[in-house]
Design a protein around this ligand. Structure first.
Ligand code: CO8
Length: 255
């Protein structure tokens, strides 16, 4: 299968599995991804980890061999399809973690940008080479990248096609941290830093932060007041506060 999905403990682990094509995103792979995301959303998993099979690549982008000789409407439908699959991650009830274990180019880094968190192995190479093909990113890159690293850096990466290494990606805020060792294990270890918290509070926190860059500050502060009041009304909040006062670990029940 070009995409493997397994469940390990409380996490779902998805592996792009076309190492001979550096895990490139054919339209068949995008379809598989959509099905896997639906399965994960309907499961009890508390985090989704995405990585690439093999030693070389997380994902080398859209399958270039499928991109030639298509009419403009087919091209537009293709971009919208890829965008819609990656947008499923935004609407996901749980957080997603991309572990970038090698090349992450074009659609590959766009998939990672749609995840909640990005980790990178020291051999990661990240870039938007579309300009070298006479193209621009089409799976969300021009919109998500500047929100993460700012307009100046996004323009440089998209307009020069320059690839950056893991260290630079961490410095500019494109990845959260550089990790050592096995990619899947590192993703699972990172997931442990949050999966014990209540899912309602995690989802509300993510929604509040995601709204920050879409509205003016005074609107954002209203959203925060509403969402923090919503979190306050959960049973998990009552438990968390009681546990602090009783000097015991909280037992969150996702309620
Ligand atoms: N698509 C298809 N096949 C690929 C891709 C790809 N993106 N990348 C690599 N492969 C294949 C190669 O063709 C090769 O196959 P074969 O052995 O059959 O010739 C195999 O993977 C190994 O690749 P290389 O021999 O090239 O490996 P190297 O280590 O020499 O180089 C690179 C690795 C630098 C990653 C190189 O493969 C490369 O530059 N790949 C292309 C990267 C790229 O340009 N990505 C962007 C694609 S465009 C995109 O993602 C736009 C998204 C939105 C489009 C919207 C459309 C609807």
């Amino acid at each position: 299968m070009p995409v493997d999905l397994e469940f390990r403990g409380q996490c779902a682990l998805l592996t792009l599995n076309r190492p001979d094509a550096l895990n490139a995103l054919s339209f068949a792979v995008l379809n598989e991804l959509r099905g896997c995301f639906e399965r994960v959303a309907g499961s009890a998993a508390r985090a989704l980890i995405i990585t690439g099979a093999g030693e070389k690549a997380f994902c080398a982008g859209a399958d270039i061999k499928e991109l030639g000789a298509r009419d403009l409407m087919a091209q537009k439908r293709g971009a919208e399809f890829g965008q819609s699959v990656f947008a499923m991650l935004d609407a996901f009830p749980i957080a997603s973690i991309a572990v970038i274990n090698g090349y992450a180019f074009g659609g590959g880094i766009e998939l990672a940008l749609a995840c909640t968190f990005r980790l990178a192995t020291p051999n990661a190479k990240i870039g938007f080479p579309e300009i070298k093909l006479g193209l621009i990113p089409g799976y969300g890159g021009t919109q998500r990248l500047p929100r993460m690293v700012g307009e100046a850096r996004a323009l440089e990466l998209v307009m020069t096609g320059r690839a950056i290494d893991a260290g630079e990606a961490e410095r500019i805020g494109l990845v959260h941290r550089v990790i050592e060792g096995d990619a899947a294990e590192a993703g699972l270890a990172f997931a442990k830093s949050f999966i014990g918290f209540g899912l309602p509070a995690l989802a509300i926190a993510r929604a509040a932060v995601q709204r920050a860059l879409t509205v003016p500050l005074h609107e954002g502060l209203k959203i925060e007041a509403d969402l923090s009041t919503l979190a306050y009304q959960t049973q998990d909040a009552a438990e968390g506060i009681a546990a602090f006062i009783d000097k015991r670990p909280a037992k969150f029940r996702d309620a």
